[in-house]
Design a binder for this molecule. Structure first.
Ligand SMILES: Cc1cc2nc3c(=O)[nH]c(=O)nc-3n(C[C@H](O)[C@H](O)[C@H](O)COP(=O)(O)O)c2cc1C
Length: 204
């Protein structure tokens, strides 16, 4: 069966139930599902159809184990940059992400979504692929979330996964079957984030 026909969930259901899934079962994801998800990810648009993406799909348990402490270090480096030094300092909205920082290696798959060159152009061109990837995963009952790293671990993560110096890791997406449930996501109402014609014209 083609990837397209396997993802027959209504688009509205996929979009409106897609949310960050951070608690993942350790069960492996079939390779055919991963291939379908990556086919969907690579259908995303990119500037001039340059497709400056490379997906490192990490299944190997030993590599994930080595990555875990690096991810945790990166996550806390980002928090330190924002002035949060200990778990007690964290505002409630960071609690789930903090937990993920402790357990990311347990996700059966980590996708390192890389741009093949550094800079805002290539980086911007790979971002739509991340949302395609997550929506395709959602359609197959697989959860995940977007995460970022921190320059403090960049060299070591590149070395671990043999990522060339010229490339740049844009996102790390842990994937797996959810322990909890999908959606709905909490979002601001359109009246707060949209205007008709001119910024500030009420979107009533
Ligand atoms: C650019 C970007 C960076 C993110 N970084 C992290 C991260 O480092 N760790 C994490 O757990 N979630 C991260 N997220 C996920 C967001 O926290 C999540 O999408 C947001 O809180 C909305 O959650 P929801 O979709 O479950 O409603 C990131 C999302 C984006 C778009």
């Amino acid at each position: 069966m083609s990837a397209e026909s396997r993802m027959s969930m209504p688009l509205g259901e996929a979009i409106f139930s897609q949310r960050a899934i951070r608690r993942l079962k350790p069960d492996p994801i079939p390779e055919s599902d991963l291939r379908d998800i990556l086919e969907a990810a690579t259908r995303a648009p990119s500037g001039g159809n340059s497709q400056p993406w490379h997906f490192v799909v990490v299944r190997d348990a030993g590599l994930r184990e080595q990555f875990g402490p690096l991810y945790r270090e990166a996550w806390w480096a980002k928090r330190r940059d924002s002035g949060f030094l200990t778990p007690e300092d964290l505002p409630p909205e960071y609690k789930q992400a903090a937990k993920l920082a402790d357990i990311i290696a347990e996700a059966p798959v980590l996708v390192l979504l890389c741009a093949t060159a550094k800079g805002p152009g290539p980086t911007g061109s790979v971002i739509p692929a991340a949302q395609n990837l997550l929506l395709a995963a959602r359609a197959l009952g697989i959860g995940g979330t977007i995460t970022t790293l921190h320059p403090v671990v960049e060299e070591r993560v590149h070395a671990l996964f043999r990522i060339p110096d010229a490339a740049h890791i844009v996102y790390c997406l842990p994937l797996g079957y959810p322990q909890g449930r999908f959606g709905p996501a909490q979002r601001k109402p359109l009246s707060e984030v949209c205007s008709w014609d001119h910024w500030g014209n009420a979107f009533g």
